[in-house]
Design a protein around this ligand. Structure first.
Ligand code: MD6
Ligand code: FE
Length: 216
């Protein structure tokens, strides 16, 4: 017999194309949830979340940290990848095995089987935090895609084009979803509008985003 809900809940597509080269995989991170959250606790104990300052002097509402061989940082001098955490003066925590396994699985499913990240930027959104429309272009080689994992509270992902003024599409990003970004859309503008308040049962009152890059 079929489960009652099979008849009532419209099937959620497991994969959605956002643009040429850009895919949204629903729920791919769920199988890794326990390991990811434990590893995240180890990372933030050594390199805590902090609100960085943009070159223009604005303090970001999204709090950030990193793991891997290099981490993305911003301060009054500009944006860059740094092998050390400027706050501790020590190398960023290493990339956990479960981070690597999830990002390679997702990249492979999206058509980028050679992807091996050397950096993971970890974003923490509390209610009201937002990330304005931007391009990710501090990485050395744009042949690498970016793999972006969403955990916790749901958010809206704004996804535009090469030009800042190109029309923007919106996608819901939920706990466990993975977006993969590369090829012709690697430099597309994207952003996250103000996070709505809520409480997630395992992550709490926040959204966590892991973005894996080939930075070096
Ligand atoms: C976020 N993500 O989802 C912010 N960048 O919280 C990004 O800025 C991003 O999701 C490049 C590729 C995928 C992303
Ligand atoms: Fe980005």
């Amino acid at each position: 017999m079929h489960d009652l809900f099979d008849a009532l809940v419209p099937p959620m597509p497991a994969a959605e194309a956002m643009a040429e080269g850009a895919m949204l995989l629903r729920g791919t991170a769920l199988a890794y949830e326990t390991d990811l959250l434990a590893a995240l606790g180890d990372i933030t104990a050594r390199s805590p979340f902090r609100h960085m300052v943009t070159p223009g002097g604005f303090t970001m509402s999204v709090a950030m940290t990193n793991c891997g061989a290099a981490g993305w940082v911003t301060d009054r001098t500009g944006y860059r990848y740094d092998r050390n955490d400027p706050q501790t003066g020590r190398p960023w925590p290493g990339m956990p095995e479960c981070f690597l396994a999830l990002s390679v699985e997702a990249a492979t499913a999206a058509g980028y089987p050679a992807f091996r990240p050397d950096a993971c930027l970890i974003n923490r959104y509390e209610p009201g935090a937002r990330l304005s429309l931007h391009q990710d272009r501090n990485e050395r080689d744009f042949a690498n895609p970016i793999v972006s994992v969403s955990l916790g509270l749901p958010a809206t992902f704004q996804f535009g084009g090469l030009k800042r003024t190109d029309p923007v599409k919106k996608f819901a990003l939920r706990h466990g979803d993975v977006a993969i970004w590369g090829g012709p859309s690697r430099l597309f503008h994207h952003g996250v509008p103000e996070l709505k308040d809520g409480m997630h049962e395992t992550v709490g009152r926040m959204r966590i985003n892991l973005t894996f890059r080939g930075a070096l």
